[in-house]
Design a protein around this ligand. Structure first.
Ligand code: PRP
Ligand code: MN
Ligand code: MG
Length: 184
């Protein structure tokens, strides 16, 4: 199908709901970091959309940097063993750092990332995640800013992919079963 919409089962969070939530989060972040220099660290590739919209919704000047990580191991689930594909360009020693993520699923990626970045001695280290699944809500990750707690369904769009597709949808949705082709 040429039309991405044909692959979707439902829209979980509309474009308007996403943008309204991002404005709320940005207002909180502006207030919390008033008078401090903030470095946003986006986690490639899923966080590109939320990073771009959140950064533009902030009124304070911020810096942005990016990390690319890959969790490997057997199966489709994150193993918690993470490898850095692209490290930060910035030395974060003494900086106020806010990690920006699209989704926390098992929480393994972020718990590894938090301990990795914490070992570099930032002045502060917090997390902003647009979406959070139930398993992560139980994990020992202290997420300062959460957009939406969502059910344990496979979601795509607004940065989130299935086999590298659907990231460019402006909303978050679930995929129709035929897309998985029985290999889910
Ligand atoms: C996805 C998502 C989060 C992570 C969450 O990234 O963007 O970064 O998985 O999963 P976890 O909480 O179970 O660790 P992915 O590894 O698919 O890379 P991508 O961002 O390039 O899609
Ligand atoms: Mn990711
Ligand atoms: Mg992915």
């Amino acid at each position: 199908d040429k039309d991405l919409g044909a692959d979707l089962a439902s829209v979980l969070i509309t474009q308007e709901e996403l943008q309204a939530k991002i404005r709320e989060l940005a207002a909180e972040i502006d207030a919390d970091y008033a008078g401090r220099d903030l470095l946003l660290v986006g986690v490639l590739k899923g966080a590109v959309m939320v990073m771009a919209d959140l950064a533009r919704a902030l009124h304070s000047p911020v810096s942005m940097d990016w990390m690319a990580v890959s969790s490997y191991g057997s199966g489709t689930r994150s193993s918690g063993v993470v490898r850095i594909l692209k490290d930060l360009d910035t030395d974060i020693t003494g900086r106020h750092v806010l990690i920006v993520e699209d989704i926390i699923d098992s929480g393994l990626t972020l718990s590894w990332l938090v301990s990795n970045l914490a070992s570099r001695n930032p002045a502060s280290l917090e997390i902003c995640a647009l979406l959070r699944k139930p398993e992560a809500a139980q994990a020992e990750i202290d997420v300062r800013y959460v957009g939406f707690d969502i059910p344990n369904e496979f979601v795509v769009g607004y940065g989130l992919d299935y086999a590298e597709k659907y990231r460019n949808l402006p909303f978050v949705g679930t995929l129709a079963p035929h897309v998985y082709g029985g290999q889910a």
